[in-house]
Design a protein around this ligand. Structure first.
Ligand SMILES: C[S@@+](CC[C@H](N)C(=O)[O-])C[C@H]1O[C@@H](n2cnc3c(N)ncnc32)[C@H](O)[C@@H]1O
Length: 249
């Protein structure tokens, strides 16, 4: 390869990195609360379709690889499991785990149940309808709780964190993955484009996926939020427009 090819390739990579990481948002926008559950049938159907888009598949891969670091055992519950794609992949990767998915929306759970049956996992995963503010488990009965892209929907997150604390066993772990509002401008641009152009009409009407990042928490807000709960010492790792929050009980 000639000197100039290498030179322009390096310049190109630097420009891309500057665009992605270099432009903070000028104005810090306040959090805009989101809808709670995906109850509307059209929204549920459109969301289920969107979960098969490549970015969602890549994000699930990232979450799964993070989960492997924790080597979960016993019973794992996915709260706000949506159309079940993640818990189904967890079932395939961790054959010994006892798995339960919970969601407030019966519409979206129908997709999850059908997907599990299609993958011959109907007997391995139990799906329950329920609000994460009142989990259907006894005290200290669950080993691991995971939640992806759901925290920004919770109306009363302090209550939810305390409820998770109640049901987790003493050395249990909580792992949350969600957007973060303090992301770079580049991601707002991508999500604005997706909301206006790419996603199905029903999602455009509820202002998604842009609404998700606008209703998510910023890095610092997570520490403030968790300090009001029974949990202590969260570990928060940011990654592009997202963050992982992990806490040991
Ligand atoms: C954006 S979806 C994410 C679904 C899935 N975790 C994923 O990553 O594809 C958020 C989900 O959280 C659920 N949800 C929101 N608030 C909830 C609550 N209070 N209790 C239970 N589920 C809730 C919604 O119904 C929805 O299915």
């Amino acid at each position: 390869m000639s000197f100039w090819c290498i030179f322009f390739a390096i310049i190109g990579i630097v420009v891309i990195l500057i665009i992605i990481f270099g432009f903070p948002r000028k104005k810090k926008s306040p959090r805009k609360p989101n809808i709670e559950g995906l109850d509307n049938p059209e929204v549920a159907k459109a969301f289920e379709k969107m979960t098969n888009f490549l970015p969602f598949r890549l994000l699930r891969k990232k979450v799964l690889s993070k989960l492997k670091d924790f080597n979960p055992k016993g019973t794992l519950v996915d709260i706000g499991c949506g159309s079940g794609n993640l818990i189904i992949q967890i079932a395939e990767s961790f054959p010994d785990l006892n798995l339960i998915g919970i969601d407030i929306s019966s519409e979206i759970l129908e997709f999850a149940k059908k997907l599990a049956l299609d993958r011959n996992l109907g007997k391995r995963i139990e799906f329950k309808i329920g609000n994460v503010e009142k989990l259907p488990f006894s005290d200290e009965s669950i080993d691991f709780i995971i939640s992806t892209l759901s925290l920004h929907h919770w109306v009363n997150p302090v209550k939810v964190f305390n409820e998770i604390h109640r049901v987790l066993k003493r050395d249990g772990t909580l792992l949350i993955f969600d957007f973060r509002r303090d992301s770079r401008r580049f991601f707002y641009g991508i999500l604005t484009f997706a909301t206006k152009v790419v996603v199905p009409k029903a999602l455009k009407e509820v202002h998604e996926p842009l609404g998700s990042i606008q209703s998510s928490y910023a890095y610092n807000e997570i520490f403030q939020l968790i300090s009001q709960t029974r949990f202590q010492n969260p570990k928060v790792k940011t990654f592009l427009a997202w963050m992982f929050i992990s806490i040991k009980k």
